[in-house]
Design a protein around this ligand. Structure first.
Ligand code: TPP
Ligand code: MG
Length: 279
């Protein structure tokens, strides 16, 4: 069912808060990664707050849906969303990337409640997600595995091995969501490794392909519903996004992939994001 206007507003409000808090944390801790965190904000928010079955009181609940952040460098946004869900206190965000913190620069499944897979090395998340999906099927558990990937991440060969295998095994409980912002670490995807017709590539690998605006919570919600309805094959949602979304000087700029934010940049970013609170 499509999201009501009221629910859309609630989710948008959450996203505005998450963006503000993540930029605040990254500035305070003088660390990254702002670009990919801002880019994936709506994707994670719609998954955790609207679509996925998760239980912060019981992170290992066997019936839960699995959300795998395979682009692990966007951990700050994942942590902020998990904290809001109640997996750990929001105040813990202040320990990001400190020694002995549970919130390291890349997610660690062994130490952080709600994190399904330790990621950071790109390209491994889709294979692991497929393994989870097949395991769930064997256990006759009707849960969905969501693999949230970067578009630069698609440069990695194992992604395509997993794509082939997922179609072979008719993994219709696996949904990949590509944060399709057309920028990676060192340049645009066109400069580094052109992805070509990504929709046609996934379709040729036997996947159902859906596309949507990855910053539109209603469109994301609809696309996820459609992906869940697909039978006999895996589905991928190409979610068109903007790297650094919400902070004008970061938008579409690869230099903001991992750079810390200085005081002046922080003030500017905050005035833009806070201005957006009333949008
Ligand atoms: C195997 C591997 N190679 C290189 C890196 C370094 N690295 C970290 S993020 C990144 C770029 C990722 O770009 P993309 O997947 O498009 O992420 P997003 O734009 O969503 O931040 C790279 C090359 C890595 N983490 N893993
Ligand atoms: Mg990218």
């Amino acid at each position: 069912m499509s999201l009501s206007a009221f629910r859309q507003e609630e989710l948008k409000k959450l996203c505005r808060k998450f963006r503000i808090d993540v930029i605040e944390t990254l500035h305070a801790r003088q660390t990254g990664h702002p670009g990919g965190s801002l880019s994936v904000c709506e994707i994670l928010t719609v998954l955790y707050f609207e679509k996925a079955k998760v239980d912060p009181a019981n992170p290992q609940w066997p019936e839960r849906d699995r959300i795998v952040l395979t682009k692990g460098h966007a951990a700050p946004m994942l942590y902020r969303v998990l904290a809001e869900q109640g997996f750990f206190p929001v105040e813990e965000m202040g320990t990001l990337r400190q020694m002995d913190s549970r919130l390291q620069g890349h997610p660690c499944a062994l130490s952080t409640p709600g994190v399904e897979l330790s990621t950071g090395p790109l390209g491994l998340g889709l294979s692991a997600s497929l393994g989870m999906a097949l395991g769930l099927r064997l256990s006759k558990i009707e849960s969905t595995v969501y693999a949230v990937m970067g578009d630069g991440e698609l440069n990695e060969g194992p992604v395509w091995e997993a794509a082939m295998a997922a179609a072979k095994f008719k993994a219709d409980n696996l949904i990949a969501i590509v944060d399709y912002n057309r920028v990676q670490l060192d340049g645009t995807t066109d400069e580094i490794m052109p992805l070509g017709d990504l929709a046609a590539k996934f379709a040729a690998f036997g996947w159902e392909v859906l596309e949507c605006d990855g910053h539109d919570v209603a469109a994301l919600s609809d696309a996820i519903d459609q992906a869940k309805a697909v039978q006999g094959k895996p589905a991928v949602i190409l979610a068109h996004t903007v790297k650094g979304k919400g902070v004008s000087f970061m938008e579409g700029k690869n230099i903001w992939h991992g750079r810390p934010i200085n005081d002046q940049e922080y003030e500017l970013a905050m005035s833009e994001l806070r201005g957006g609170e009333h949008a």
